[in-house]
Design a protein around this ligand. Structure first.
Ligand code: C2O
Ligand code: CU
Ligand code: CU
Length: 489
């Protein structure tokens, strides 16, 4: 693939999207690349009921296949899914069990499954070069040793992850445990999993065809889906609900909040429950991140409607220049519940550094020339390198604690960074927004680093030795090479 880059050194080209970010080091984008072409969201009519993906547990078989779904304009679109239609079932597991999941690949392409957020043996993690051939199958054995939480799964074949996820391959993976059950959180119809994704359509067909510029900014769609439904609604009662929010978009960041500014309570992030609920009016969610939220509709009159929206959050970036509605909640019925918001949810042991803690600098701010077999042309990389399966950037010792610093101080793109094989805690963010937000507490596996920011995370590696990856979860960037191997020894 050939990329075009333009040099334009005008005063204006040094505008950056975020306060605190400094002058651009590389003037490799035009203003239009940087600011992006408007890609305005088309909201839809909010009259299609939300669909909740089917739940499965125990021995499960997932068939990766081409399928079709009616998403826009009544006509079908080709999709890729685990089963029929779009997306896949919600997998439910109990902490302590080992899950057997059979993947049957009926696609014409290689695929695999990565269990995003789960800490698993290297050969079960869905490494980008561990692939199942068309017509082949693979038995995943997943020992679940971690906290209850909202995890997810998706394909991870190098250079094809974005396309396969975009075309519909993804699902929720919920882990339950006793600590969580003791809280009596809303469940059954009062617990709503929501996979939020933006898609681009031509007519009624989803199309994934990023241009060179869109590999920079991310492939932003004009149509927002929840669980594969455009502009859905859900009928709710005047009581507590639990919303499990997942940003399953390839590149779009959302600033989620309600149309009437109704506050909600964040009870969990990527790696499960927080220590205490956080009362919020909005939360920023980057691709790959999850938010476990409680909301009480009790003060809303029957017949009223509120929307989950994404608020505008930036003037300059193609992301965030428009606020838009995502989904409607229609208050349909009075009901009472006895649920009381717990004061304490869980205990999180804070990881602390010692002078001996290894600190790794990871420069995510610069485009790099390809290496080795990758050919020429600038691409997204980390520390000047792009993904090469034969190369492991460094080794870490099992059981050791390290700090990784993702440095985007000089960068002008949005990078949600994700590490496989481990859950981390965010220590600090300098530059840009200059803080760790309440919605970034607890255990995380993905963290958003805006242009002009540097974020430090701390983690203790598990004893699963082998090769894992870390990468940008902007899937256009990831497929472009913004991913490296690291090895646990
Ligand atoms: Cu959800 Cu390696 O990614
Ligand atoms: Cu992952
Ligand atoms: Cu990125």
């Amino acid at each position: 693939m050939k990329r075009r880059y333009f040099i334009k050194l005008s005063a204006k080209s040094t505008i950056t999207a975020w306060a605190g970010s400094s002058v651009l080091l590389h003037a490799c984008h035009t203003e239009e690349d940087m600011i992006g072409k408007p890609n305005w969201i088309v909201e839809g009519s909010f009259d299609t009921p939300l669909i909740i993906p089917q739940k499965v547990s125990g021995i499960t078989s997932l068939v990766a296949q081409m399928s079709s779904a009616k998403i826009l304009n009544g006509n079908g679109s080709a999709t890729m899914a685990y089963g029929n239609g779009t997306l896949g079932p919600t997998i439910e597991a109990q902490r302590g069990e080992t899950l057997n999941i059979h993947l049957q690949n009926n696609l014409v392409d290689h695929t695999n499954i990565h269990w995003h957020g789960l800490v698993l043996p290297a050969d079960m993690d869905g490494h980008p070069e561990d692939l199942t051939i068309p017509g082949g199958s693979f038995e995943y054995q997943l020992p679940i040793h971690q906290r209850a939480g909202t995890y997810w799964y998706h394909p991870h074949p190098h250079k094809a992850t974005a396309q396969q996820v975009f075309m519909g391959m993804a699902g929720m993976f919920l882990v339950k445990d006793e600590e969580e059950s003791a809280l009596n959180l809303p469940t059954g119809e009062f617990e709503i999993p929501m996979i939020i994704q933006d898609k681009r359509f031509m007519g009624s067909s989803m199309v994934y065809m990023p241009s060179d510029e869109e590999i920079m900014t991310g492939y932003l769609g004009e149509t927002i889906l929840v669980n594969g439904i455009h502009a859905p609604f859900s009928s709710v009662e005047t009581r507590w609900y639990r919303l499990r929010l997942l940003n399953g978009s390839t590149a779009r960041v959302y600033q989620l909040g309600f149309s009437n500014q109704l506050p909600f309570y964040l009870i969990g992030t990527d790696g499960g429950l927080l220590e205490v609920p956080e009362k919020l009016k909005s939360i920023m969610l980057a691709p790959g991140e999850r938010a476990d939220v409680l909301i009480n509709f009790k003060d809303l009159p029957v017949g009223s409607e509120i929307f989950l929206e994404s608020y505008k959050f930036s003037e300059f970036n193609p992301q965030g220049r428009q606020g838009f509605k995502i989904m409607k909640f229609r208050i349909e019925k009075v009901s009472t519940d006895s649920f009381l918001l717990p004061l304490k949810l869980s205990t999180i042991t804070k990881l602390s550094s010692s002078p001996a803690t290894k600190v790794r600098m990871l420069d995510i701010s610069k485009l790099v020339g390809g290496i080795g077999s990758h050919g020429s042309g600038s691409r997204h990389g980390i520390n000047g390198m792009t993904f090469d399966n034969d190369y492991s950037a460094f080794s870490v010792e099992k059981g050791s604690t390290e700090i990784w610093e993702f440095d985007n101080l000089m960068g002008d793109e949005i990078h949600p960074m994700h590490i496989h094989g481990v859950q981390f805690q965010i220590l600090k963010r300098t530059g840009g927004r200059n803080q760790v937000f309440a919605f970034e507490r607890g255990w995380k596996d993905t963290v958003l680093i805006m242009p002009g920011e540097k974020v430090s995370v701390i983690m203790t590696f598990p004893s699963y030795v082998g090769k894992f990856v870390f990468h940008c979860h902007n899937l256009e960037h990831e497929d472009d090479g913004m991913m490296l191997n690291y090895t646990i020894v």
